[in-house]
Design a protein around this ligand. Sequence first.
Ligand code: 6GU
Length: 226
Amino acid sequence: MQIHVLSVIPELLESPFQHSILKRAQDKGLLKVEVHQLRKWAVNEYGQVDDYQFGGGAGMVMMCEPLAKAIEELSAQEKFDEIIFLTPDGERFNQGMANQLSLKKNLLLICGHYKGIDERIREHFVTREISIGDYVLSGGELAAAVVVDAIGRLLPGVLNDETSALFDSFQDNLLAPPVYTRPEEYRGWKVPEVLLSGDHKKIEEWRFDEAMKRTELRRPDLLKEN
Ligand code: 6GU
């Protein structure tokens, strides 16, 4: 899978893709992430990509031309399945969307800044708009990192134990059950007996019950979704 990202601060996206699971995904050739500096398509030699908004009001807006040119140039090289604008007024990102997007071959993510991007770009190029939650970030980069991470780890062959993504929180609309590792007792705090029993059926039942309890307590909204 290929993910291209358009950003005015590509530096913000360097580290998140260079470690851990996303690094492994790229090293294995399962994922290719390319970050492009939008200023490459700036309207003048000063690297301008934003301007005052029509109608007045504080805050700059990202101009049509740099975005349109960037999208068209990249689209001439790649056939994008989706052109995604990261914006707090987009559709709220969740595991279901990550699953869906992980099936695509080639995505273009656009990181907004300032007051946002000229609406005409959203109308004429963008196929999907995503928000990662109900709060405002200074730009779309951190959101793009979140989306790429959530997608990248789902690609077949990326996780060592391929089944492990299936047991993540949210994958079945349940939060994950508690987990423990050695030692069996620490400061008098014991690991639940059942996990040491070797009885796999009992262990699965316990995990399911705990996942249910935890979900009912912390995220009852998830249980109402289906
Ligand atoms: Cl995708 N962008 C920005 N700027 N803020 C956000 C967001 C995205 N998602 C939540 N807040």
